[in-house]
Design a protein around this ligand. Structure first.
Ligand SMILES: [Zn+2]
Length: 202
């Protein structure tokens, strides 16, 4: 996939605009994968980005959920075999982010001590962008806004009742999108900043 937004993303914008570019890339990739309703399949997303990509499970070091590398036959995505289905979906969508943003080679360093702080920071930024891509592809804000509205008004009552109601909502939304609750929580936070901006723009 090539385009001005992706080109800019590859140049590594440092301002807040990079998050919007990542959102844009995720939406474009999702559209290209031909999916229209959640839960979105991250493997289809990968295929839409590279028909030659393979996605396979592997024994990976602890705290490394996925690795993306380029082979002569195309991109190879390894995910950690022990991951549960929900976390595996996120890991594959994160790997799709590496493909979409044109960043195949490097992952969170296996031995951080080998990297100077600047490289370490760059690696962390890259991983953060791919996490953002995964969240945007699996939980598009339009869909989230619709599902949140479908849940109706929040419970009233004491603090504990409201808190339990909030947790129930996160669970239900997590079931719709098949993502971890913390991803839903983060996307709800982003709903106000990005979605409003998108729908307000002419
Ligand atoms: Zn990564």
């Amino acid at each position: 996939m090539k385009g001005p937004a992706i080109a800019q993303a590859r140049m590594g914008c440092t301002d807040g605009g990079i998050d919007e570019l990542v959102e844009y890339c995720a939406r474009a990739a999702l559209r290209r994968s031909g999916q229209h309703r959640p839960p979105y399949c991250p493997r289809q997303l990968v295929k839409a980005l590279s028909v030659s990509a393979v996605v396979i499970g592997a024994e990976l070091p602890e705290r490394v959920d996925e690795i993306v590398s380029m082979t002569a036959e195309g991109p190879m995505i390894l995910y950690r075999r022990e991951l549960g289905a929900i976390d595996r979906r996120f890991a594959i969508a994160h790997a799709a982010g590496h493909l979409a943003l044109g960043d195949f080679g490097t992952q969170a360093p296996l031995r951080p001590g080998l990297l100077v702080p600047r490289e370490l920071r760059a690696a962390r930024d890259r991983e953060r962008r791919c996490d953002r891509f995964a969240a945007a592809a699996l939980v598009p804000l339009d869909d989230l806004a619709r599902e949140v509205a479908a849940l109706g008004g929040a419970a009233t009552g004491d603090r504990e009742t409201q808190h339990q109601d909030w947790l129930d909502r996160l669970d239900r939304l997590g079931e719709v999108f098949m993502v971890p609750p913390n991803t839903i929580r983060r996307r709800i936070g982003e709903l106000s900043t990005f979605h409003v901006k998108q729908t307000d723009s002419p």
